[in-house]
Design a protein around this ligand. Structure first.
Ligand code: G3P
Length: 216
């Protein structure tokens, strides 16, 4: 399973890239706004740090403008993937872009039916939002499982990026259902590294070593 980071924060991306675990990056307009920086500048900088798919989202609402925005963004770097929300205009844009060889990530997916349509229209990736579904009391992971089953049955090549990840259990569950990619916030990546027994173990090894050094 590939691991992407879900952030537009350069520091978080740098620190995670140093761990050698990073396969790509996803951003969205909220994450870009949080940084208070220009979208194109941020995306170019990310592309210079991580060699993998980098999702940048369009903000237009009609297909023609989405395609224009997508073409501008894809000029930034060969790894740029255009994130487009699932809707009628979005699918139209995905269809046009896929025929021109521009990769797309269809986002704001909340059902397997939406994912199926996105795959049929030529999306390279679909992003089901697990956390937001869990937040309203439904099962986010069920959607990922259904999408994965459907894509396998029909041999659809669109990759699934599990998004809106809230905790390490989400990552574990995604890995168990054979998700292609999980895009994880920095905080959750850090939580995944930690285990209380590891901390206790490191402390104990160090104490024992120091004690024996005193005896020598
Ligand atoms: O980038 C899309 C998705 O991961 C957003 O997550 O936490 O805003 O639901 P969240």
């Amino acid at each position: 399973m590939k691991i992407f980071i879900d952030t537009a924060n350069i520091e978080e991306i740098r620190k995670t890239a140093e761990l050698g675990i990073l396969d790509g990056v996803t951003t969205n307009p909220s994450l870009i706004a949080k940084e208070g920086r220009d979208l194109k500048q941020v995306i170019s900088e990310i592309c210079s740090i991580v060699d993998g798919p980098i999702s940048a989202e369009v903000i237009s609402l009609d297909a023609e403008d989405m395609v224009k925005e997508a073409k501008e963004l894809s000029k930034l770097h060969k790894n740029v993937v255009i994130k487009i929300p699932i809707c009628e205009e979005g699918l139209k844009a995905v269809n046009i872009l896929s025929k021109e060889g521009i990769k797309t990530n269809v986002t704001l997916i909340f059902s397997a039916q939406q994912a199926l349509l996105a795959a049929k229209s030529g999306a390279s990736f679909v992003s089901p939002f697990i956390g937001r579904v869990d937040d309203i009391g439904n099962g986010g992971l069920e959607i990922v499982r259904d999408i994965s089953d459907i894509f396998n049955i029909y041999g659809l090549e669109t990759q699934i990026i599990a998004a809106s990840i809230r905790n390490p259990m989400h990552v574990l569950e995604c890995a168990k259902v054979g998700c292609d990619v999980v895009t994880v916030p920095y905080k959750v990546i850090m939580q995944m590294i930690k285990h209380p027994l590891t901390d206790i173990g490191i402390k104990k090894f160090l104490q024992d070593y120091k004690k024996s050094n005193k005896r020598i």
